[in-house]
Design a protein around this ligand. Sequence first.
Ligand code: PLP
Length: 347
Amino acid sequence: MTETIRFFLPGPSYVTEDVRQAMTQPMQGHRSAPFKALYTSLAGRLQKVLRTSGDVMIATGSSTLVMESAVLSTVQSDVLNLTNGAFSERWHSISRSLGKSADKVAAPWGQAIDPDLVRTALSRKRYEAVTLVHNETSTGVMSPLAEIAKVVREESDAILIVDTVSSLGGAPGESEAWGIDIVLAGTQKALALPPGLAVFTLSERAALRAAKVPHRGFYTDLLRYRDKHREGGFITTPAIPLLYALDRQLDVIVAEGMEERWARHARCAEKTAAWAAQHGCEYASASDARSLTVSCLQAPAGVDPQAIVKGLAGRGYTIGGGYGDWKPTTFRIGHMGDIQLDDLNAM
Ligand code: PLP
């Protein structure tokens, strides 16, 4: 990659010129043989990214569509939402808005989800599903996904549904080896693609569970996506230009390799920590739970975080402000996607 990046939002992230150009290719029929070949090739490469030999589906919509679809498709009544920030709270809002009986294990913002608290909650009541955000983009916190998945498996028969929106492609995550039933992510974060697509897995266990859930909707029925996927295509007309972008970018991601991509994100997180120390900014997130893809920082005493965002904008850099309840007190640097160390070095 030779492009210099000065765009450090925690999503959407920078999209290279080559990937943007890929979207200008002509349309083709989404039930045609060439399109089916494209689809099959995308789905195969996505298995490498999501680390599974199982089905990986693509939805035309943002991540929230698949969050809502996952609850609607697999839960009849009882769901446990693990919350520690704005996006994990969204799982709770979705669950309640769908009329589910939703309980919470709530960690303070800035902290990771504690697997022991999950164990306790699961020992008290049977839940059909547990929801988690792997990487809380609002606070820059990464929860211990492998440990939580192990606890959910040991303590219950609940489906584990994980939002990896801002970690997929930027931090270690093993859909199959860690036994996660539904892993979902939008493409606009560490995969460095435009917004508008979401990718997801659906384990056999989750599919069997979904088959027993009535009224899963049409556009929201993950089983329908899975069945159409097995025929080699989409449930409806997909966003074809975005798939061209995905096609181009998957080549870049697969060539880099997942382990190297994760390692590059870890180096960029370290570089950002050095920048924060140099500028007198403390992390708002707990030191043992820091995200590899987004740093959530406090401004030095007496400095408005927005002034830092504006100051960097004046020098040509885009970073993020705070999010949700932490909007007034924090700012965020996204170091995800195709960003290289040299890009951050120059900031
Ligand atoms: N989950 C996380 C962790 C996010 O960071 C975001 C968006 O920033 C979402 C969910 C919602 O994603 P979308 O806007 O693609 O629906």
